[in-house]
Each structure stands twice: as structure tokens, then as C-alpha cells.
Design a protein around this ligand. Structure first.
Ligand code: PEP
Length: 262
């Protein structure tokens, strides 16, 4: 199939940020919005590294009940302000059908997380909105199931869908999930939709983020999603996989050497 480009943050006066062939889009930001200061710092780190989209979590659901669940609407407000300050359109996760309108009021792109990939009520709700959707692969989903979930959104009228490979459950316990790099060319042979890679949720380890990002680029992905934090050791969520200032600069320059269009 031909390949599509999805534009995020498009308005009458702005063309929007492209995700699709010919560009390698860096989406970066704090895994969780914790405070105004932390989010502004993370957003500036992302922008300075060449990110063109700010990704941050305000509504979060985890496998552990002890994990930080986010600031909710206060987090959305902070994220929108940080997006405005840096000039970056905002991507954030929505976890409940009842929050879709609220989140869409603040965000330029709605993320459906791995745990919700087959939440058909949520897919239905985001499918009826005029906002791009970032659809993460379910941790136990086959490529076919993932593409069918995208089809479900598309059939509601929303064709602006970007897929995100974030690792799947395998027998290998060394990392929380195994990044299925073959999903990138496989999806591209089956679908016109753009596909990006989240190396951090697959590996759970900061030191694996750069090599897996290189792998994503080499496999033909349209971008990567990276967690950044001004002080990863103190992060309320997923600190071990977040990049600090020096790490994101190193990643950006390594990727730029390979992909001058980033
Ligand atoms: C995330 O991207 O913030 C996240 C929790 O990832 P996933 O849904 O892939 O686990």
C-alpha cells in the first residue's frame, strides 16, 4: 500500500507536524506530568533535542496499583501550557471513554495505551473525533489484531491514525516486553498507516533506548517516542527508562547523523 502522513496540530494557519514517510518524527516529554516546573523543563529538553511533538501523561493506568496515576485535568493544563511555551503540539493518553472530550479539549493527538488497544468503547469514542490518534500495540496483541483495532477507529470516520510498536510479551524476562522490530516493515506491507516505535516501554532501560531507536530508524519507522525527565532518578513513573538532559542530546545527535530529516 502507499504510505499516509498524519498531521498533528493542524489548524487554519498551521500545517501541523507530519508523521509519515520522508520525516523521522521525535515525540518526547515526561512519561507523567508531575508539576509545572518538571513539565516545562522536560518540554524544553524535548524541544532543544529536536522533538516536534510534546508527549506527556496526565491520566495514567499501570499494572501496579501503587504507581502514580497522574494529575488528571491539572496535568492536562500544565501540558497544554508547556506545549504553548515551546510551540509543540501535545500528545497525551486518554484511558476512559468519559474523559475523551475533556482530553481532546487540551490535546492535539490522543494516545490509546497498550492496555486499551481492544477497548472498543474507547476506540469508538476517539474514532468519532476530528483529532489524530496514536494507537499503541497491546502487549499481547498480534499485528492483525492491532490493525483491526485501527480499522475500528477508521470506520468511525477518523482516518488520522498512527500506530506505535511498544514491545510484546514473550518468554524473555530480561526486559518488560520484547520490541518487535519486524512489526515495522510488516505493518508497512499491510497498511498505509504511519508507524512509530516506543523503545522505552519495551525495554524499561535507559541504556537500551538509543540502540533500539537506531533499530527503529533502520527498520523504516516514521519516528520514535522518548521519555525525558529533568531528574530521572526522582521521576514518579518509569524513571529507569527516562532520558536526562545529556542522554536525550546524545540520542538526538546520534539519530540526526543517520536521519538528517529529523
Ligand atoms: C505510555 O506510553 O505512557 C505507556 C504507559 O505505554 P504503554 O501503554 O505502551 O504501556
Amino acid at each position: 500500500p502507499g504510505r499516509s502522513t498524519v498531521f498533528v496540530g493542524r489548524t487554519d494557519t498551521r500545517p501541523g507536524v507530519p508523521i509519515g514517510p520522508g520525516v523521522f518524527t521525535l515525540l518526547a516529554g515526561p512519561c507523567a506530568v508531575e508539576s509545572l516546573e518538571q513539565t516545562f523543563e522536560a518540554a524544553e529538553m524535548a524541544r532543544a533535542a529536536g522533538a516536534t511533538l510534546l508527549r506527556g501523561g496526565a491520566f495514567r493506568r499501570h499494572s501496579s496499583t501503587l504507581a502514580f496515576e497522574g494529575l488528571g485535568e491539572a496535568g492536562l493544563q500544565i501540558l497544554a501550557e508547556a506545549g504553548h511555551a515551546t510551540g509543540l503540539p501535545v500528545v497525551t493518553e486518554v484511558t476512559e471513554v468519559g474523559d475523551v472530550e475533556l482530553v481532546a479539549g487540551y490535546a492535539d493527538m490522543l494516545q490509546v495505551g497498550a492496555r486499551n488497544m481492544q477497548n472498543y468503547a474507547l476506540l469508538d469514542a476517539v474514532g468519532r473525533l476530528p483529532k489524530p490518534v496514536l494507537l499503541k500495540r497491546g502487549i499481547q496483541a498480534t499485528i492483525e489484531e492491532w490493525l483491526m483495532a485501527a480499522e475500528y477507529i477508521a470506520q468511525r470516520g477518523n482516518l488520522d491514525i498512527v500506530l506505535c510498536e511498544r514491545g510484546i510479551r514473550t518468554f524473555e524476562p530480561a526486559t518488560p516486553a520484547t520490541l518487535d522490530i519486524s512489526a515495522v516493515p510488516m505493518v508497512q506491507s499491510l497498511s498505509h498507516l504511519p508507524i512509530i516505535v516506543d523503545p522505552a516501554h519495551a525495554s524499561g532501560r535507559r541504556d537500551l533506548v538509543l540502540p533500539l531507536s537506531r533499530a527503529a530508524l533502520a527498520a523504516g519507522a516514521d519516528g520514535i517516542l522518548i521519555d525525558v525527565h529533568p531528574d530521572p532518578e526522582s521521576a514518579l513513573c518509569d524513571g529507569p527508562q527516562a532520558l536526562g538532559g545529556a542522554d536525550i542530546r546524545e540520542l538526538a545527535s546520534a539519530i540526526r547523523r543517520l536521519a538528517p530529516v529529523m
